[in-house]
Structures are given as C-alpha cells and as structure tokens.
Design a protein around this ligand. Structure first.
Ligand code: NAP
Ligand code: HSE
Length: 440
C-alpha cells in the first residue's frame, strides 16, 4: 500500500529539463509514492523553467507549468524548494541567489557554480536560513558529499585520489580498449549525455578541478579557487602514451589529487599513470571513483556512475528528500561551508612535491643520445627506474626520430621541469617531451 494521497505536500520548481532535469522529472513522476514514503511528504512539481518551451520533452508534464521566466517560480510563495539543473554561471548564479533570498531551499548539480561562487552562495544561504544541497555536483550518483560531510566527519582526510569526470574516463577507455579515435569517443560521450554543454570544460580538466575544489571544501575545510589548482586535461594526450603506459603495466587516468601534508595541501588535476590491478586503474567508461584515506578510517573507496541522466538524478532526488525531511538544513548549518576566509589552507609549493614520473622523449636514433639525457636527469637528482626503446631495425636511416620512454624513481617536480627544459634544448631531441605523474 502506498502513502496516503492526502498527505502533506511540498511544492517545488525545476529549472532545466535537459539530461539531469529530465532524469529528476522521471523519478518524481514514475516513483511518486516511493519518494513520498522516504520524505514523509508528497512532492508537488508546479514549475518547469526551460529555454525553449516548444521543445518536445521525454517526460510527463501533466499539471506542470512550463515557462522561460524564472521570476514566476521565484515570486511564487508556494514554491519551497528549487532544483537548479540548468548549468553554467550566468544566469544560474543570480537565479540561485534570488531563490535563497526569496526563502527557497536550493538543490543543485552545478559544480562550476559552487566551485566559482561557493562563498557567495553559502553566505546567502546562511543569511536566509536555507539549505543548498549539492550531492550531484561531484561523482554523479556516488554519495561522496554525504560521505565526506557526514559519515567520515570524524577523520582528518590525508589523501584523496579520484576519477571525477565521466566523459574523460569514457574517452580514455574507448581509446585504450576499443581503439576509438579521440574525437569519435568524445562525440559518443556527448550523445550519451555525459558531457557538459561546452565539452571543453570536461576534456581540459576544468570540470575535474571544479569538483576537486568542492571536495577540498568538505575534506579539508579549505576554500580554493579553481584557477589556483594546477590542471592538465586529456585533450593533448596522445594514444602512444596510453600504449607505452600499458606496456609498463599502468593505465592512464585523469586524476584529481589532494594530499594533506605538514608542508600544506597539495592539489592537482592531471592525466596520471595508475598501476594496473589497483582499483582506480580498473575504473572504466563513464564510471567515477574516489579513494579517500582518513586518519581514523584508513582506506575507503567509492565507485559508481559519474555522469548521465539517471545516476545524476538519483543524487538530486536524494538531496530533495534530505531537504524535505529537514536533514539538509541541519547539516548545512553545522558544516558552515565556504565560510571564507577563516579556513584557507596553504598549498605545497611545486619544489616540495615528489612523485614518480613517466617521461617520453622523441630522440635521434644515434649513439650517445641516451647518455646525454641520463646525464641531465642525473644532474637534477632524477634516478631512472626503467626504460623502453623499441628496436627500429638496422635498416632505419641514421638520426631517424624514435620514442624513448623513461620511468623515474621518486623525483622533485621542480627538478623534473628544469631537466625537461634543458633536454628539450638538445639538438638530438624533438620537443616537446611528455611528462606524466605516476600515482602509487
Ligand atoms: P543540459 O542537458 O544542457 O540541460 C540544461 C537545461 O537547462 C535545458 O533544459 C535548458 O533548456 C535549460 N536552460 C539552460 N539555460 C537556460 C536559461 N537561460 N533559461 C532557462 N532554461 C535554461 O544540461 P545537463 O547535462 O542536464 O546539466 C545540467 C547541470 O547538471 C549542469 O550544471 C551540469 O554540470 C550538471 N551535471 C550534469 C551531469 C550529466 O551527466 N549531464 C552530471 C552531473 C551534474 P532547453 O531544454 O529548453 O534548452
Ligand atoms: N560532464 C560531467 C562528466 C558530468 O562527464 O563527468 C558529471 O558531472
């Protein structure tokens, strides 16, 4: 038997009926009784705001008022909760601020908005005594925001390594395991609803940096600007490096990395070699994963679909239920998120960052070249762990260009960059050389 039809209801508005909004609408319309049981109240979906009201929608809109005018929803005193699923910063920022000022709770999947304007949004939420819930902003359907904010709250997080962009992981998987070209894999990810409206944000690492900034807020109570996170995407990655990494027993993943050390907080987003057989290396397709090490709990690992309609909608509707029950406002007030400037944490300078590195040089296939490179690496205190150079055969012309791949022992990042700068000046080397970090 379902919940009583006449039970108390909460009126909501949904801004955006694209990939995420459609998923949310489907859960609300197809599983209304289930949501009512879990929330203790019924959802009354009154408004849908879209850009193009004439577009055919793949969801039932019975009784829902469709408009392009957000003010109608903001000015409607019946609306208690607004789900923002439109994306972007402008006009989303002003809409969210206006919703809070009008006394509405906000549920959002918009990581760009929170990463860039978290302090302003949460200051407004506190002033208005309203909740901003954002589980869907990181990791799609994986409940990592709840985990860091609530279940792991007893810990000092020491280390976090994560695959946070479904589009990039999908592209890397398709290139590596199915031989698909980069552009074709990206087109598929867009078709499947994984990519951002502007997919540059996915492939250049910005989306991952947005998500890392949000996780940094929860894990370390540190407010960082996305622009301050060193980042590199997969857009300039070459298939050759995926293959050499495979020969060396590694997969290449776009990782978000955060390490809390005595020297400070080390943050970065970069394509990184991860040893095959470890959980992060085996994450494929649009799946995301987050490894969190806490001082009390030790190692934890969170895994699931990181992008796409229904996994993201699962997180949004979970937040909606949390707001309806009153749990969200309680944790919002206690967590005191983005309360700048008190919690800003110093970041580790690059000369103190150490890692193993994968280096690929394109060199002239002639005697003494390896020795020249090894000498420069040695002068910078960089020790070689292994080398790959495939035999080009005795018939190859003198000085033909060949790849030389080197894995290093632990080395200081600043020394690696200095050494590559010198090596790329050699007349036997065709720049630019490739450098990728290796995650243990
Ligand atoms: P989308 O498919 O592009 O949908 C955007 C929706 O917002 C569309 O319905 C669009 O209307 C509407 N919209 C956009 N600008 C508007 C404006 N100025 N006024 C009124 N309506 C407007 O985007 P999405 O993939 O669902 O993503 C939405 C948000 O969720 C973004 O913040 C994204 O980063 C985040 N997110 C997405 C995923 C995912 O897997 N896609 C996962 C997690 C988080 P029309 O339909 O009329 O064009
Ligand atoms: N474009 C994002 C991704 C959506 O591919 O991960 C989920 O945040």
């Amino acid at each position: 038997m379902g919940p009583a039809k006449d039970m108390e209801h909460v009126t909501i508005g949904l801004i955006g009926l694209g990939t995420v909004g459609t998923g949310v609408a489907r859960i609300l319309t197809e599983h209304a009784d289930r949501i009512a049981r879990r929330a203790g109240k019924r959802v009354r979906w009154k408004w849908a705001v879209v850009r193009d009201p004439a577009k055919i929608r793949d969801v039932k809109l019975d009784g829902v008022r469709v408009t392009t005018d957000t003010a109608r929803l903001i000015d409607d005193p019946e609306v208690e909760i607004v789900v923002e699923a439109m994306g972007g910063i402008d006009p989303a920022l002003n809409i969210v601020l206006d919703c809070l000022a009008a006394g509405k709770h906000v549920v959002t999947a918009n990581k760009a908005l929170l990463a860039e304007h978290g302090p302003q949004i949460f200051a407004q939420a506190r002033a208005a005594g309203r909740a901003v819930a954002f589980e869907a902003s990181v990791g799609g359907g994986i409940p990592i925001i709840q985990a860091l904010g609530v279940a792991l709250a007893a810990n000092q997080v020491q280390n976090l390594a994560a695959i946070l962009n479904g589009t990039c992981n999908y592209i890397l998987t398709k290139m590596m395991h199915e031989g698909l070209a980069y552009a074709d894999a990206l087109a598929q990810a867009q078709e499947l609803g994984y990519a951002e409206a502007d997919p540059t944000l996915d492939v250049d690492g910005t989306d991952t940096a947005h998500k890392l900034a949000i996780l940094t807020q929860l894990a370390f109570q540190a407010t960082v600007k996305t622009g301050d996170i060193p980042r590199q995407g997969i857009d300039r990655l070459q298939l050759a490096d995926l293959k050499y990494a495979g020969e060396l027993g590694h997969a290449v993943k776009l990782l978000a990395l955060a390490k809390f050390t005595t020297a400070g907080l080390e943050l970065r987003v970069a394509p990184t070699l991860v040893k095959r057989g470890t959980p992060l290396a085996e994450v494929r397709g649009p799946y995301n994963a987050i490894r969190v090490v806490g001082d009390a709990v030790g190692d934890t690992f969170f895994y699931g679909r990181g992008a796409g309609m229904m996994p993201t909608a699962s997180a949004v509707v979970g937040d909606l239920i949390d707001v309806m029950t009153g749990r969200a406002i309680l944790s919002s007030l206690v967590l005191d998120l983005w309360a700048e400037p008190a919690h800003t944490v110093a970041r580790t300078p690059p000369h103190q960052i150490k890692s193993h590195y994968y280096l690929r040089f394109t060199i002239a296939d002639s005697p003494g070249v390896l020795a020249k490179l090894a000498r420069i690496l040695g002068e910078h205190g960089i020790s070689i762990a292994s080398v790959i150079q495939h035999d080009t055969g005795d018939d190859a012309p003198d000085n033909s260009a060949v790849p030389l791949v080197i894995m290093t022992h632990l080395a200081v990042e600043a020394e690696i960059h200095a050494a590559l700068g010198e090596i790329d000046q050699l007349d036997v080397v065709r720049p630019p050389s490739v450098c990728l970090g290796v995650e243990d």
